[in-house]
Design a protein around this ligand. Sequence first.
Ligand SMILES: *Cc1c(COP(=O)(O)O)cnc(C)c1O
Length: 456
Amino acid sequence: MLNPILFYSTNFRAESLDFRHALLKGQAPDRGLYMPQEIPVISREELDTFSTQDYPRIAFEIIGRFLRQQIPDDDLLDLCQDAYDYDVPLEKVYDSKYIMRLDQGPTASFKDFAARMMGRLMQYYLNQEKRSLLILTATSGDTGSAIANAFYGLDNIKVVVLFPRKEVTARQRKQMTTLGKNVQILALDAKFDDCQSLVKQAFADPDLEYLHLSSANSINIGRLIPQIVYYFYAFARLRKGKANDGVIFSVPSGNFGDMMGGMLALKMGLPVIKYIIATNENDEFPVLVKTGVYKKIEPSRNCISSAMNVGHPSNLARLIALYGGIMDEKGNMMKQPDLELMRKDIYAVSIDDAGTRKTIHTAYQKHRLLLEPHGAVGWAGLQQFLQDNPQFDDPEQLYISLETAHPAKFPEQIREILNIDPKLPPSLEGIESKEETYSSIDNNYHDFKKYLITNY
Ligand SMILES: *Cc1c(COP(=O)(O)O)cnc(C)c1O
Protein backbone atom coordinates (compact mmCIF):
# COMPACT_ATOMS: atom_id res chain seq x y z
CA MET A 1 0.00 0.00 0.00
CA LEU A 2 1.11 3.59 -0.69
CA ASN A 3 2.13 5.81 2.19
CA PRO A 4 -0.76 8.07 3.11
CA ILE A 5 -0.76 11.67 1.92
CA LEU A 6 -0.06 13.87 4.93
CA PHE A 7 -1.65 17.22 5.63
CA TYR A 8 0.46 20.06 7.06
CA SER A 9 -0.74 23.14 8.89
CA THR A 10 -0.42 26.49 7.09
CA ASN A 11 1.08 27.90 10.32
CA PHE A 12 3.77 25.18 10.29
CA ARG A 13 3.65 24.72 14.06
CA ALA A 14 1.54 21.56 14.23
CA GLU A 15 2.16 17.95 13.42
CA SER A 16 1.21 16.75 9.93
CA LEU A 17 -1.68 14.27 9.93
CA ASP A 18 -3.23 11.79 7.56
CA PHE A 19 -6.65 12.50 6.07
CA ARG A 20 -8.67 10.75 8.76
CA HIS A 21 -7.09 12.71 11.59
CA ALA A 22 -7.07 16.04 9.77
CA LEU A 23 -10.76 15.55 8.92
CA LEU A 24 -11.78 14.80 12.49
CA LYS A 25 -9.69 17.64 13.87
CA GLY A 26 -10.92 20.37 11.52
CA GLN A 27 -8.56 23.18 12.40
CA ALA A 28 -4.94 22.44 13.27
CA PRO A 29 -3.94 22.99 16.93
CA ASP A 30 -1.73 25.94 15.90
CA ARG A 31 -4.83 27.55 14.32
CA GLY A 32 -3.56 26.88 10.83
CA LEU A 33 -5.40 25.05 8.08
CA TYR A 34 -4.55 21.61 6.79
CA MET A 35 -3.13 21.34 3.29
CA PRO A 36 -1.91 18.27 1.39
CA GLN A 37 1.86 17.92 1.48
CA GLU A 38 1.75 16.24 -1.87
CA ILE A 39 -0.85 16.81 -4.60
CA PRO A 40 -1.77 13.71 -6.59
CA VAL A 41 -1.83 14.12 -10.36
CA ILE A 42 -4.56 12.91 -12.72
CA SER A 43 -2.95 11.94 -16.01
CA ARG A 44 -4.32 12.99 -19.40
CA GLU A 45 -5.36 9.39 -20.08
CA GLU A 46 -7.32 9.23 -16.83
CA LEU A 47 -8.88 12.57 -17.57
CA ASP A 48 -10.06 11.19 -20.93
CA THR A 49 -11.89 8.37 -19.14
CA PHE A 50 -13.83 10.87 -17.00
CA SER A 51 -15.85 11.96 -20.03
CA THR A 52 -17.99 8.84 -19.85
CA GLN A 53 -18.15 8.46 -16.07
CA ASP A 54 -20.93 9.72 -13.83
CA TYR A 55 -20.46 12.24 -11.05
CA PRO A 56 -20.16 9.77 -8.13
CA ARG A 57 -17.51 7.80 -10.01
CA ILE A 58 -15.43 10.92 -10.73
CA ALA A 59 -15.81 11.91 -7.07
CA PHE A 60 -14.56 8.47 -6.08
CA GLU A 61 -11.52 8.82 -8.35
CA ILE A 62 -10.57 12.30 -7.12
CA ILE A 63 -11.25 11.84 -3.40
CA GLY A 64 -9.71 8.37 -3.47
CA ARG A 65 -6.45 9.87 -4.72
CA PHE A 66 -6.09 11.74 -1.41
CA LEU A 67 -7.10 8.75 0.75
CA ARG A 68 -4.88 6.18 -0.97
CA GLN A 69 -7.10 3.26 -0.06
CA GLN A 70 -7.43 4.14 3.59
CA ILE A 71 -11.12 3.50 2.95
CA PRO A 72 -11.74 0.34 0.90
CA ASP A 73 -12.81 1.17 -2.69
CA ASP A 74 -16.27 -0.36 -2.36
CA ASP A 75 -17.02 1.64 0.77
CA LEU A 76 -15.77 4.90 -0.70
CA LEU A 77 -17.76 4.42 -3.89
CA ASP A 78 -20.87 3.76 -1.76
CA LEU A 79 -20.29 7.00 0.15
CA CYS A 80 -19.93 8.93 -3.13
CA GLN A 81 -23.07 7.41 -4.61
CA ASP A 82 -25.02 8.17 -1.46
CA ALA A 83 -23.75 11.78 -1.27
CA TYR A 84 -24.21 12.63 -4.95
CA ASP A 85 -27.66 11.42 -5.86
CA TYR A 86 -28.65 14.63 -7.65
CA ASP A 87 -28.06 16.40 -10.96
CA VAL A 88 -25.23 18.78 -11.89
CA PRO A 89 -26.71 20.75 -14.81
CA LEU A 90 -24.43 22.48 -17.31
CA GLU A 91 -26.38 25.17 -19.11
CA LYS A 92 -25.18 26.77 -22.32
CA VAL A 93 -25.52 30.54 -22.34
CA TYR A 94 -23.90 31.52 -25.65
CA ASP A 95 -20.91 30.41 -27.75
CA SER A 96 -18.87 28.09 -25.52
CA LYS A 97 -19.88 29.85 -22.35
CA TYR A 98 -21.70 27.80 -19.75
CA ILE A 99 -23.21 27.99 -16.31
CA MET A 100 -22.67 25.06 -13.97
CA ARG A 101 -25.62 24.88 -11.59
CA LEU A 102 -24.47 23.53 -8.25
CA ASP A 103 -27.89 24.03 -6.71
CA GLN A 104 -29.67 20.69 -7.00
CA GLY A 105 -28.72 19.27 -3.59
CA PRO A 106 -31.02 19.14 -0.54
CA THR A 107 -30.41 22.77 0.46
CA ALA A 108 -30.12 24.07 -3.11
CA SER A 109 -26.62 25.40 -2.45
CA PHE A 110 -23.21 24.34 -3.74
CA LYS A 111 -22.25 23.78 -0.11
CA ASP A 112 -24.20 20.50 -0.24
CA PHE A 113 -21.38 19.02 -2.36
CA ALA A 114 -18.83 19.48 0.39
CA ALA A 115 -21.03 19.04 3.44
CA ARG A 116 -22.67 15.80 2.37
CA MET A 117 -19.36 14.12 1.58
CA MET A 118 -17.70 15.40 4.73
CA GLY A 119 -20.61 14.19 6.86
CA ARG A 120 -20.41 10.73 5.38
CA LEU A 121 -16.65 10.50 5.73
CA MET A 122 -16.82 11.59 9.37
CA GLN A 123 -19.62 9.18 10.14
CA TYR A 124 -17.61 6.38 8.53
CA TYR A 125 -14.54 6.98 10.69
CA LEU A 126 -16.50 7.68 13.89
CA ASN A 127 -18.39 4.42 13.49
CA GLN A 128 -15.08 2.59 13.25
CA GLU A 129 -13.78 4.33 16.35
CA LYS A 130 -17.11 4.09 18.22
CA ARG A 131 -17.00 7.71 19.35
CA SER A 132 -18.88 10.96 18.85
CA LEU A 133 -18.25 14.59 17.92
CA LEU A 134 -19.80 18.01 18.41
CA ILE A 135 -19.64 20.15 15.32
CA LEU A 136 -19.59 23.92 15.70
CA THR A 137 -20.14 26.00 12.65
CA ALA A 138 -20.73 29.64 11.84
CA THR A 139 -22.79 30.50 8.80
CA SER A 140 -23.48 33.51 6.66
CA GLY A 141 -26.47 31.69 5.25
CA ASP A 142 -25.83 28.60 3.24
CA THR A 143 -23.13 26.76 5.17
CA GLY A 144 -25.36 26.33 8.18
CA SER A 145 -28.22 24.78 6.32
CA ALA A 146 -25.97 22.57 4.23
CA ILE A 147 -24.14 21.34 7.35
CA ALA A 148 -27.34 20.95 9.35
CA ASN A 149 -28.93 18.94 6.54
CA ALA A 150 -25.82 16.91 5.82
CA PHE A 151 -25.51 15.80 9.47
CA TYR A 152 -29.17 15.70 10.39
CA GLY A 153 -30.14 12.41 12.00
CA LEU A 154 -26.59 10.98 12.23
CA ASP A 155 -26.16 9.05 15.48
CA ASN A 156 -22.75 10.06 16.68
CA ILE A 157 -22.53 13.66 15.50
CA LYS A 158 -24.24 16.66 17.11
CA VAL A 159 -24.31 20.05 15.43
CA VAL A 160 -24.48 23.65 16.72
CA VAL A 161 -24.86 26.38 14.09
CA LEU A 162 -24.33 30.10 14.82
CA PHE A 163 -25.83 32.64 12.45
CA PRO A 164 -25.98 36.46 12.22
CA ARG A 165 -29.71 37.16 12.63
CA LYS A 166 -29.90 40.00 10.13
CA GLU A 167 -27.66 38.58 7.40
CA VAL A 168 -29.63 35.43 6.70
CA THR A 169 -32.82 35.27 4.65
CA ALA A 170 -36.00 33.79 6.16
CA ARG A 171 -35.75 30.87 3.80
CA GLN A 172 -32.11 30.20 4.67
CA ARG A 173 -32.98 30.34 8.36
CA LYS A 174 -35.90 27.94 7.99
CA GLN A 175 -33.67 25.38 6.29
CA MET A 176 -31.76 25.15 9.57
CA THR A 177 -34.36 25.82 12.24
CA THR A 178 -37.02 23.38 11.07
CA LEU A 179 -34.83 20.29 11.48
CA GLY A 180 -34.41 19.61 15.22
CA LYS A 181 -33.05 16.26 16.51
CA ASN A 182 -29.24 16.48 16.75
CA VAL A 183 -29.13 19.99 15.23
CA GLN A 184 -29.24 23.14 17.43
CA ILE A 185 -29.30 26.66 16.01
CA LEU A 186 -28.15 29.90 17.69
CA ALA A 187 -29.01 33.41 16.48
CA LEU A 188 -26.69 36.35 17.25
CA ASP A 189 -27.15 40.07 16.75
CA ALA A 190 -23.73 40.26 15.18
CA LYS A 191 -21.91 39.79 11.90
CA PHE A 192 -20.79 36.56 10.31
CA ASP A 193 -17.19 37.32 11.21
CA ASP A 194 -18.19 37.59 14.91
CA CYS A 195 -19.90 34.19 14.78
CA GLN A 196 -16.84 32.75 13.11
CA SER A 197 -14.60 34.23 15.78
CA LEU A 198 -16.65 32.69 18.66
CA VAL A 199 -16.37 29.30 16.99
CA LYS A 200 -12.62 29.69 16.58
CA GLN A 201 -12.23 30.66 20.24
CA ALA A 202 -14.14 27.58 21.35
CA PHE A 203 -11.82 25.36 19.32
CA ALA A 204 -8.80 26.82 21.07
CA ASP A 205 -10.35 26.55 24.58
CA PRO A 206 -8.84 23.69 26.64
CA ASP A 207 -11.94 23.66 28.93
CA LEU A 208 -14.01 22.41 25.99
CA GLU A 209 -11.72 19.60 24.94
CA TYR A 210 -14.06 17.04 26.51
CA LEU A 211 -16.68 17.91 23.87
CA HIS A 212 -14.49 16.66 20.98
CA LEU A 213 -15.24 19.76 18.98
CA SER A 214 -14.83 19.70 15.27
CA SER A 215 -15.37 22.27 12.57
CA ALA A 216 -17.49 21.89 9.53
CA ASN A 217 -16.74 25.32 8.13
CA SER A 218 -14.95 25.56 4.86
CA ILE A 219 -11.69 25.31 6.79
CA ASN A 220 -12.13 21.54 7.19
CA ILE A 221 -10.02 19.66 4.68
CA GLY A 222 -12.91 17.20 4.36
CA ARG A 223 -14.94 19.96 2.77
CA LEU A 224 -12.22 21.22 0.54
CA ILE A 225 -11.39 17.99 -1.27
CA PRO A 226 -14.94 17.23 -2.49
CA GLN A 227 -14.98 20.72 -4.02
CA ILE A 228 -12.27 19.68 -6.45
CA VAL A 229 -14.59 17.22 -8.13
CA TYR A 230 -17.06 19.42 -10.01
CA TYR A 231 -14.27 21.26 -11.82
CA PHE A 232 -13.12 17.94 -13.27
CA TYR A 233 -16.67 16.87 -13.97
CA ALA A 234 -17.60 20.06 -15.86
CA PHE A 235 -14.44 19.99 -17.93
CA ALA A 236 -14.85 16.31 -18.79
CA ARG A 237 -18.42 16.93 -19.97
CA LEU A 238 -17.78 20.10 -21.98
CA ARG A 239 -14.25 19.78 -23.31
CA LYS A 240 -13.68 20.46 -26.97
CA GLY A 241 -11.23 17.76 -27.83
CA LYS A 242 -7.55 17.30 -27.40
CA ALA A 243 -6.26 20.04 -29.67
CA ASN A 244 -7.64 23.12 -27.99
CA ASP A 245 -8.24 21.82 -24.51
CA GLY A 246 -8.30 24.34 -21.75
CA VAL A 247 -10.99 26.02 -19.72
CA ILE A 248 -11.57 29.28 -17.88
CA PHE A 249 -13.71 29.07 -14.75
CA SER A 250 -15.39 31.94 -12.99
CA VAL A 251 -15.93 31.40 -9.26
CA PRO A 252 -18.04 33.71 -7.08
CA SER A 253 -16.04 33.78 -3.86
CA GLY A 254 -16.39 34.61 -0.16
CA ASN A 255 -14.39 32.37 2.13
CA PHE A 256 -12.52 30.91 -0.88
CA GLY A 257 -13.32 27.27 -0.19
CA ASP A 258 -14.84 26.91 -3.63
CA MET A 259 -11.88 28.54 -5.41
CA MET A 260 -9.40 26.47 -3.37
CA GLY A 261 -11.11 23.34 -4.69
CA GLY A 262 -10.50 24.77 -8.15
CA MET A 263 -6.88 25.63 -7.43
CA LEU A 264 -6.23 22.08 -6.24
CA ALA A 265 -7.87 20.77 -9.43
CA LEU A 266 -5.42 22.88 -11.40
CA LYS A 267 -2.47 21.51 -9.42
CA MET A 268 -3.81 17.99 -10.03
CA GLY A 269 -3.46 18.54 -13.75
CA LEU A 270 -6.80 19.92 -14.91
CA PRO A 271 -6.03 22.15 -17.94
CA VAL A 272 -7.34 25.41 -16.53
CA ILE A 273 -6.13 28.51 -18.32
CA LYS A 274 -7.37 30.91 -15.67
CA TYR A 275 -9.59 31.21 -12.63
CA ILE A 276 -11.69 34.33 -12.54
CA ILE A 277 -12.18 34.98 -8.84
CA ALA A 278 -15.14 37.28 -8.41
CA THR A 279 -15.90 38.85 -5.05
CA ASN A 280 -18.62 41.31 -4.11
CA GLU A 281 -17.68 44.68 -2.58
CA ASN A 282 -15.50 42.86 -0.07
CA ASP A 283 -12.53 43.35 -2.36
CA GLU A 284 -9.60 42.56 -0.07
CA PHE A 285 -8.46 39.79 -2.39
CA PRO A 286 -8.63 41.66 -5.71
CA VAL A 287 -6.69 44.45 -3.98
CA LEU A 288 -4.07 41.94 -2.80
CA VAL A 289 -3.63 40.49 -6.29
CA LYS A 290 -3.30 43.96 -7.75
CA THR A 291 -1.08 45.65 -5.18
CA GLY A 292 0.53 42.83 -3.19
CA VAL A 293 -0.81 44.38 0.01
CA TYR A 294 -3.34 42.53 2.12
CA LYS A 295 -5.76 44.40 4.32
CA LYS A 296 -8.80 42.77 5.91
CA ILE A 297 -12.11 44.59 5.65
CA GLU A 298 -13.51 45.10 9.15
CA PRO A 299 -16.42 45.03 9.49
CA SER A 300 -17.24 43.24 6.29
CA ARG A 301 -19.44 45.09 3.79
CA ASN A 302 -23.08 44.07 3.41
CA CYS A 303 -23.96 43.09 -0.14
CA ILE A 304 -26.94 41.29 -1.67
CA SER A 305 -24.71 38.27 -2.31
CA SER A 306 -24.80 37.83 1.47
CA ALA A 307 -23.00 34.48 1.65
CA MET A 308 -19.92 36.27 0.28
CA ASN A 309 -19.85 39.12 2.81
CA VAL A 310 -16.45 38.14 4.09
CA GLY A 311 -13.79 40.67 5.08
CA HIS A 312 -11.08 38.07 5.64
CA PRO A 313 -11.53 34.78 3.73
CA SER A 314 -10.84 31.85 6.02
CA ASN A 315 -9.26 29.81 3.21
CA LEU A 316 -6.92 32.56 2.06
CA ALA A 317 -4.02 31.12 4.09
CA ARG A 318 -4.29 27.99 1.93
CA LEU A 319 -4.01 29.90 -1.31
CA ILE A 320 -1.05 31.84 0.04
CA ALA A 321 0.56 28.52 1.04
CA LEU A 322 0.03 27.14 -2.45
CA TYR A 323 2.09 30.05 -3.82
CA GLY A 324 4.89 29.72 -1.31
CA GLY A 325 3.79 32.33 1.23
CA ILE A 326 2.65 32.15 4.84
CA MET A 327 -0.40 33.91 6.25
CA ASP A 328 -1.33 33.43 9.89
CA GLU A 329 -4.91 33.00 11.15
CA LYS A 330 -5.26 36.72 11.81
CA GLY A 331 -4.44 37.60 8.23
CA ASN A 332 -0.85 38.75 8.81
CA MET A 333 1.35 38.02 5.84
CA MET A 334 4.38 36.35 7.44
CA LYS A 335 5.90 35.57 4.07
CA GLN A 336 4.82 37.03 0.73
CA PRO A 337 3.58 34.52 -1.88
CA ASP A 338 4.82 34.50 -5.47
CA LEU A 339 2.44 37.13 -6.81
CA GLU A 340 3.59 36.84 -10.40
CA LEU A 341 2.74 33.17 -10.47
CA MET A 342 -0.57 33.84 -8.78
CA ARG A 343 -1.47 36.47 -11.36
CA LYS A 344 -0.78 33.97 -14.11
CA ASP A 345 -3.41 31.58 -12.72
CA ILE A 346 -5.87 34.08 -11.30
CA TYR A 347 -7.79 37.11 -12.48
CA ALA A 348 -9.46 38.72 -9.45
CA VAL A 349 -12.32 41.18 -9.72
CA SER A 350 -14.78 42.88 -7.38
CA ILE A 351 -18.40 43.41 -8.46
CA ASP A 352 -20.56 45.90 -6.59
CA ASP A 353 -24.26 45.51 -5.85
CA ALA A 354 -25.29 47.76 -8.72
CA GLY A 355 -23.26 45.58 -11.11
CA THR A 356 -24.76 42.43 -9.59
CA ARG A 357 -28.33 43.66 -10.05
CA LYS A 358 -27.61 44.82 -13.57
CA THR A 359 -26.12 41.43 -14.43
CA ILE A 360 -29.19 39.56 -13.13
CA HIS A 361 -31.30 41.80 -15.33
CA THR A 362 -29.21 41.66 -18.51
CA ALA A 363 -28.52 37.93 -18.32
CA TYR A 364 -32.23 37.30 -18.16
CA GLN A 365 -33.17 39.79 -20.87
CA LYS A 366 -30.44 38.76 -23.26
CA HIS A 367 -30.04 35.02 -22.68
CA ARG A 368 -33.03 33.93 -20.55
CA LEU A 369 -30.37 33.04 -18.02
CA LEU A 370 -31.77 33.08 -14.47
CA LEU A 371 -29.12 33.95 -11.89
CA GLU A 372 -29.26 34.72 -8.17
CA PRO A 373 -26.92 37.32 -6.65
CA HIS A 374 -23.91 35.02 -6.03
CA GLY A 375 -23.93 33.42 -9.45
CA ALA A 376 -24.45 36.88 -10.93
CA VAL A 377 -21.20 38.07 -9.32
CA GLY A 378 -19.45 35.15 -11.06
CA TRP A 379 -21.07 35.88 -14.42
CA ALA A 380 -20.32 39.60 -14.11
CA GLY A 381 -16.70 38.69 -13.32
CA LEU A 382 -16.55 36.68 -16.53
CA GLN A 383 -17.89 39.63 -18.56
CA GLN A 384 -15.37 41.95 -16.95
CA PHE A 385 -12.56 39.52 -17.74
CA LEU A 386 -13.59 39.46 -21.42
CA GLN A 387 -13.57 43.26 -21.54
CA ASP A 388 -10.12 43.44 -19.95
CA ASN A 389 -8.69 40.56 -22.02
CA PRO A 390 -10.08 40.77 -25.54
CA GLN A 391 -7.45 38.25 -26.70
CA PHE A 392 -9.40 35.58 -24.78
CA ASP A 393 -12.73 36.59 -26.30
CA ASP A 394 -12.86 33.66 -28.69
CA PRO A 395 -16.25 32.01 -29.27
CA GLU A 396 -14.46 28.64 -29.20
CA GLN A 397 -12.90 29.21 -25.79
CA LEU A 398 -14.65 27.16 -23.09
CA TYR A 399 -15.87 29.23 -20.14
CA ILE A 400 -17.72 27.84 -17.14
CA SER A 401 -19.21 30.16 -14.56
CA LEU A 402 -20.41 28.64 -11.29
CA GLU A 403 -23.94 29.25 -10.02
CA THR A 404 -23.72 28.50 -6.31
CA ALA A 405 -27.34 28.67 -5.15
CA HIS A 406 -30.83 28.26 -6.55
CA PRO A 407 -32.52 31.54 -7.55
CA ALA A 408 -35.58 30.57 -5.49
CA LYS A 409 -33.49 31.02 -2.35
CA PHE A 410 -33.46 34.76 -3.06
CA PRO A 411 -37.07 35.47 -4.01
CA GLU A 412 -37.10 39.11 -2.83
CA GLN A 413 -34.22 40.16 -5.07
CA ILE A 414 -35.38 38.17 -8.06
CA ARG A 415 -38.86 39.65 -7.76
CA GLU A 416 -37.49 43.16 -7.38
CA ILE A 417 -35.09 42.91 -10.33
CA LEU A 418 -36.95 40.66 -12.77
CA ASN A 419 -40.50 40.85 -11.56
CA ILE A 420 -40.86 37.08 -11.60
CA ASP A 421 -41.21 34.43 -8.89
CA PRO A 422 -38.61 31.71 -9.37
CA LYS A 423 -40.09 28.25 -8.89
CA LEU A 424 -38.96 26.43 -5.75
CA PRO A 425 -36.88 23.32 -6.30
CA PRO A 426 -38.51 20.17 -4.84
CA SER A 427 -36.00 20.12 -1.95
CA LEU A 428 -37.33 23.43 -0.60
CA GLU A 429 -41.06 22.86 -1.02
CA GLY A 430 -43.18 22.92 2.13
CA ILE A 431 -40.54 24.61 4.25
CA GLU A 432 -42.58 27.78 4.83
CA SER A 433 -45.16 26.03 6.97
CA LYS A 434 -42.79 24.00 9.17
CA GLU A 435 -42.26 24.97 12.79
CA GLU A 436 -38.98 26.71 13.72
CA THR A 437 -36.89 26.17 16.86
CA TYR A 438 -33.79 28.16 17.73
CA SER A 439 -32.18 30.04 20.62
CA SER A 440 -30.60 33.48 20.81
CA ILE A 441 -27.35 34.32 22.57
CA ASP A 442 -25.34 37.50 23.05
CA ASN A 443 -22.21 38.11 21.05
CA ASN A 444 -19.70 37.28 23.76
CA TYR A 445 -17.54 34.25 24.30
CA HIS A 446 -18.45 33.79 27.96
CA ASP A 447 -22.15 33.24 27.15
CA PHE A 448 -21.39 30.97 24.24
CA LYS A 449 -19.10 28.82 26.36
CA LYS A 450 -21.74 28.61 29.11
CA TYR A 451 -24.30 27.52 26.55
CA LEU A 452 -22.04 24.71 25.33
CA ILE A 453 -21.14 23.48 28.81
CA THR A 454 -24.77 23.55 29.97
CA ASN A 455 -26.17 21.77 26.93
CA TYR A 456 -23.50 19.23 26.04
C1 LIG B 1 -20.73 30.12 0.55
C2 LIG B 1 -21.24 30.65 -0.70
C3 LIG B 1 -20.40 31.25 -1.64
C4 LIG B 1 -18.94 31.48 -1.39
O1 LIG B 1 -18.22 30.29 -1.34
P1 LIG B 1 -16.77 30.29 -0.66
O2 LIG B 1 -16.32 28.89 -0.73
O3 LIG B 1 -16.99 30.74 0.76
O4 LIG B 1 -15.95 31.24 -1.41
C5 LIG B 1 -20.95 31.65 -2.84
N1 LIG B 1 -22.26 31.50 -3.10
C6 LIG B 1 -23.10 30.94 -2.21
C7 LIG B 1 -24.53 30.82 -2.56
C8 LIG B 1 -22.62 30.48 -0.98
O5 LIG B 1 -23.46 29.95 -0.12
